[in-house]
Design a protein around this ligand. Structure first.
Ligand code: GLA
Length: 632
């Protein structure tokens, strides 16, 4: 069932990519860049959201106070423009016409003489302030607050059908209302209504809500109807594009890494949650960071990994924890994550404003190249992240995950820079400038992240490795046959459950996805006994799209990675330019000497890298596009 879903997904994907109707081979070249072109998020969206500040206890006064603060503090001018209303805004769904009614007691400007209510006065006001407006819904009949929090403030009221305020069965009507009549610019769509409303849910059993699904079995990925969930979100994307043909909006998917959303979000919306909710705890922040940090090839201009909203200002990231607050913002910026402030901005202090408003850090997040950082060094203690910027500079962050001080050595190699020429480091929190060659020892305080903008001479003299331009590399088909949960994201306590039970076992699908400078299972790339510092690791039966920024030559050393387990079936590597075959290898068996590939890509817009193995393997072997690079 699930397998069939995946295959259907692949076929749909080919259609999304603009391939000829009826095409069934997902590895056939399309000559297209298949990331969703509906919606608009060329850089990660920034703004403010009510949830982390107020939970569901939201009203117009609180919202406008934070919106005003965005403007008066200058945060809006620095990019924080979206003002998003989260759960708690609705009163009910009016029957029989199904129109959603706003809780006008909390949002007085929404009141209308006929009782129909409208958010248009509020969105007009936000727009007049130079801001954008966001709203929240659920893909099922009921919301997360209804599903999980019975003492939730501002629960929808009325009969069962009046309390069904989610999109299910009302997609066209609600989208026309939100994005058309009410003029919102962003819609966040949660998935609790297709996750929690099983017959076993006590609210369902007691007759409070109707059962729906199960579509998502959050704890058991193979029991989730992945294709079914995708179809529901796809219908919303279609309705949004129809309502707003200029595509001037953001569709924010909130499936917490469930339903294998990692594999399809970029074909449907502009940002997609990679984990359960963040909380203002150090461990939880790291957990959310971990859920996105190895997905560097699944974030691109137009569609971003979303490790959840910022908690700067609260708990472990409060004003009296500036080290942790700076780390939180730095990590999100390195991930090219949406930056959504979750703080009551009436309480903003100058110290917090300095952190949230750091232009140099914001610039990393908003860099137009849209390259999510790549892990250049990884351990439980220290991690080194490198992000290639549009002007050729590197951003490098050295993270101390622990509370104890730690030492680290940053090398030219981490940044793919020449070790024998000067490397200039600008410390983005202190502004200090320094230089080094070869390597630079660093000392980190507990929980500290040092982050630098770096200038040096590129090791690749004439071009860039593909792993330095992740925003231009899309594993359109990544070879995964059976979605598996990522076993590396297991840290963290669910704060609302404490340590009750046997721990958290998140089923964040994505294990085996394509990686920069690593195999799909997190090993160093290795062909024929030789480790490769640069390259793309991906499973066989994959098709990678590469946007060519005017380069003339593609080259790589290819083969089945030494870490392969099956090892029986050879893999043929082919390179296409705008849909035409440029070059291909003979089938390469496991253990072979790496095969050199070289292709003239002059004038080519989209390069496709296809690794084709056995027709129907259950677990395709990892392959390496070793040293894959584009040169002038
Ligand atoms: C879910 C989401 C949160 C928030 C709440 C609202 O938990 O993940 O971000 O929107 O629902 O109920």
């Amino acid at each position: 069932m699930n397998r069939l879903g995946t295959l259907m997904g692949a076929a749909m994907l080919a259609t999304t990519a603009g391939a000829a109707i009826g095409q069934t081979d997902p590895l056939a070249p399309t000559g297209q860049w298949s990331i969703d072109a509906r919606g608009s998020a060329p850089v990660p969206p920034m703004g403010w959201n009510s949830w982390n500040a107020f939970n569901s206890d939201i009203d117009e006064t609180k919202l406008l106070a934070s919106a005003t603060a965005l403007v008066t503090t200058g945060l809006a001018a620095k990019g924080y423009r979206y003002v998003d209303i989260d759960d708690g805004w609705w009163l009910k769904r009016r029957m029989p016409d199904g129109r959603l009614i706003i809780r006008a007691a909390n949002f007085p400007s929404a009141a209308t003489p006929d009782g129909a209510t409208s958010f248009r006065p509020l969105t007009d006001r936000l727009h007049a302030m130079g801001l954008k407006a966001g709203i929240y819904s659920d893909i099922g009949r009921n919301t997360c607050g209804q599903a999980y929090t019975s003492n939730f403030a501002n629960q929808p009221q009325g009969r069962i059908d009046e309390r069904e305020v989610g999109l299910y069965g009302h997609v066209d009507q609600d989208i026309a209302l939100f994005m058309g009549a009410w003029g919102f610019d962003l819609l966040k769509v949660d998935g609790c209504g297709i996750r929690a409303m099983t017959p076993a849910n006590p609210h369902v059993a007691s007759g409070d809500y109707r059962a729906l699904g199960p579509l998502i079995d959050y704890d058991t990925l193979p029991d989730t109807d992945i294709a079914g969930v995708r179809k529901l979100y796809e219908a919303v994307a279609v309705a949004m594009a129809r309502t707003r043909p200029a595509h001037d909006y953001v569709f924010s998917l909130c499936l917490w890494g469930g339903a294998d959303v990692r594999s399809w979000a970029r074909f449907v919306g502009q940002m997609s949650r990679t984990s359960q909710d963040i909380s203002p705890d150090w461990e939880r922040m790291l957990h959310n960071f971990d859920s996105a940090v190895r997905r560097e090839l699944y974030a691109h201009p137009g569609s971003w990994n979303d490790p959840d909203m910022l908690y700067i200002g609260t708990g472990a990231f409060a004003a009296d924890h500036p080290v942790e607050a700076r780390t939180h913002l730095t990590l999100w910026a390195m991930l090219s994550a949406p930056l959504m402030i979750g703080y009551d901005l009436r309480k903003l202090t100058p110290a917090l404003l300095d952190i949230l408003g750091n232009r140099a850090i914001i610039a990393l997040d908003q860099d137009p190249a849209g390259n999510q950082a790549v892990l250049a060094f990884d351990s439980d203690t220290v991690q080194i992240l490198v992000k290639t910027l549009a002007d050729g500079d590197k951003a490098v962050a050295i993270v101390n995950r622990t509370a104890a001080p730690a030492d680290a050595v940053l090398t030219a190699r981490h940044m793919k820079l020449r070790p024998d020429t000067d490397i200039a480091l600008t410390d983005l929190w202190s502004g200090t400038i320094s230089r080094f060659r070869e390597e630079q020892p660093l000392h980190l305080a507990g929980h500290e992240t040092r982050v630098f903008r770096v200038r040096g001479v590129a090791a690749r003299a004439q071009g860039l490795y593909l792993s330095e331009q992740t925003g231009r590399v899309n594993p359109a088909v990544d070879g995964i046959v059976e979605p598996e949960a990522d076993p590396l994201v297991h840290r963290g306590v669910l704060p609302w459950r404490s340590t009750r039970g046997d721990g958290e076992h998140p089923a964040y699908g994505g294990w085996g996805g394509a990686r920069a400078d690593a195999t799909p299972y997190g090993q160093a790339l290795k062909l024929h006994g030789v480790s490769l510092a640069n390259g793309i690791g991906v499973l066989a039966n994959s098709r990678i799209e590469v946007k060519n920024a005017g380069y003339r030559r593609f080259s790589a050393q290819v083969g089945i990675d030494d870490s392969a387990r099956d090892r029986r079936m050879p893999v043929r590597f082919a390179v296409y330019g705008d849909g035409r075959l440029l070059t291909q290898t003979e089938p390469v068996p496991y253990g072979a000497v790496p095969v050199a590939i070289d292709a003239d890509v002059t004038g080519v817009a989209i390069i496709e890298l296809v690794a084709r193995g056995a027709a129907d393997p259950r677990y395709p072997d990892p392959v390496a596009w070793g040293e894959a690079a584009l040169d002038r």
